[in-house]
Design a binder for this molecule. Structure first.
Ligand code: 5AD
Ligand code: SF4
Length: 466
């Protein structure tokens, strides 16, 4: 269950924030913390809580590890290459520690929640001071206090299903878009996925707590609320309020804003939910609906709980109710035992659905998952070739879809300057399509009408309607 900390626990949490703040203040002018979150938005949201606590304890933030007095890495375990990156970065930090003995290094998050990784960190990277799992974020102040007041550092990784508190302060990265976790953990045990092992069972926040937070964010001027969970469609089982009902309640809040959510699971995405989105004022006409494979044999081996046919039916219903709906997906190429004929079915499904965007991955073996025990005879070169084929097909479909938007007018939440072409502004439409356009600074943070004039594979460009 998610619960508030008890009054004693809250008092202790606050006491440690204050005690750590006193030690941090003695280090001089607000010392600098470097915090990096790898992986999904859920992790970024945890990172915003870590930042909130660090700020209250007196830290400012830096983008450069070499300027930092404290380094916090909030890690991801979903694929092996994410883990390799983290080990590479921690390895590079040995030099920093040698040149600054007072530097404190903390490593937390999903990757560390795995026993073999925690062991490897302890034995091969002894200069890491604090190691914490996914269930002990609120204990960061105590761990930091112990270290800063002369302790040896600590390892704090209780097994799954710890407390997720409502009481932790949050320092948000954006003034425009707010991440709001509505549930934690996952019960699905897709056979390739490590998430249920590192984030524990599903726990939903109380609907009143979510509604209170969203109301307060809208009152503060946030324009985009992104509701987060590994499988938002199974929200609320313990509260008797399902995801559709939660969305309906949030949509009733007055104001100029949009609501987005991720991730949906096709087996739990109901027609009721699609109806609520279609009939709403504020909910984006976009569903991120990971299909993973187009082959029923592979879907079964993945334990996904739906077939290609039932997935296509859901897509058909969503498009009937919302002709402008944008659909995006995740696909894994090269699941153990997948044959070329299975992958052909995935390509066929991609051509049938015509997704606006697909996030594609080569299968990565994760220790402890059911799929890790399966024979996996296809070579990685062959899997890479499959992936390239998929990317090419999807790239063409994305471009054709985007060309179809030329001449239409989108309402776009202007997020700021385009990263690659800063002379342009950028934002996303109500369908979550990326739109690049020209215009003045004053449009940033506003909903702007943009007429689409051109298309790229990943985005469209246009002109403000004046
Ligand atoms: N290998 C490759 N991709 C994976 N994903 C999850 N686990 C694995 C894995 N072991 C992908 C899925 C999921 C997305 C977040 O990451 O497509 O939807
Ligand atoms: Fe992993 Fe499946 Fe849960 Fe998504 S639904 S987090 S893929 S186990």
């Amino acid at each position: 269950m998610i619960r508030e900390l008890s009054s004693e626990e809250t008092a202790l949490f606050k006491e440690y924030i204050e005690k750590t703040a006193a030690v941090v203040a003695a280090l001089g002018d607000r010392p600098a913390a470097y915090l990096h979150s790898y992986g999904c938005q859920q992790n970024v949201s945890d990172g915003e809580k870590l930042k909130g606590m660090l700020y209250e304890m007196g830290y400012d933030f830096t983008d450069s590890p070499s300027d930092a007095d404290l380094i916090v890495l909030n890690t991801c375990a979903v694929r092996e290459n994410a883990e390799d990156k983290v080990f590479g970065n921690i390895g590079a930090m040995k030099k920093l520690k040698e040149s600054n003995k007072n530097l404190v290094i903390a490593v937390g998050g999903c990757m560390v929640q795995q026993e073999h990784i925690a062991e490897k960190l302890k034995s091969s990277y002894p200069y890491v001071d604090i190691i914490f799992g996914t269930h002990t974020l609120h204990e960061l102040p105590r761990m930091l206090y112990d270290k800063l007041s002369g302790g040896k550092g600590c390892v704090n990784i209780p097994s799954v299903d710890g407390i997720v508190t409502e009481s932790v302060p949050v320092l948000r990265d954006s003034k425009l878009k707010a991440y709001v976790p509505i549930m934690y953990g996952c019960n699905n045990f897709c056979t390739y996925c490590v998430v249920p092992y590192v984030r524990g069972r599903e726990r939903s926040r109380r609907p009143e707590a979510v509604t209170r937070e969203v109301k307060s964010l809208i009152a503060q001027g946030y324009k985009e609320i992104l509701l987060l969970g590994q499988n938002v469609n199974s929200y609320g089982k313990e509260h008797g309020v399902n995801f559709a009902a939660l969305l309906r309640a949030l949509d009733a809040i007055a104001g100029e804003y949009k609501i987005c959510f991720m991730t949906s699971h096709p087996k739990d995405c109901t027609k009721e939910l699609i109806d609520v989105i279609a009939d709403s004022r504020h909910i984006e006409h976009h569903i991120h609906l990971p299909v993973q494979s187009g082959s029923d044999r592979i879907l079964k081996a993945m334990n996904r709980g739906y077939t290609a046919e039932s997935y296509l039916e859901l897509v058909k219903y969503a498009r009937e109710r919302m002709p402008d709906v944008s659909l995006t997906t995740d696909i894994i190429a090269g699941f153990p035992g997948e044959l070329r004929e299975d992958f052909d079915k995935t390509l066929q499904l991609v051509k049938t659905v015509r997704f606006d965007m697909a996030y594609t991955f080569i299968y990565s073996k994760r220790a402890g998952t059911a799929a890790a025990k399966l024979p996996d005879p296809v070579s990685s070169a062959e899997k890479s070739a499959w992936l390239r084929e998929l990317l090419e097909i999807q790239g063409e479909i994305g471009l054709e879809n985007n060309r179809g938007f030329i001449g239409k007018t989108f309402e776009v939440l202007c997020e700021g300057h385009d990263r690659h072409k800063p002379e342009y502004l950028t934002g996303r439409s109500r369908q979550n399509i990326i739109v690049r356009f020209s215009g003045g600074e004053e449009l940033i943070g506003k909903f702007v009408s943009v007429k689409i004039t051109g298309a790229m594979p990943w985005a469209v460009e246009g002109q403000t309607d004046v």
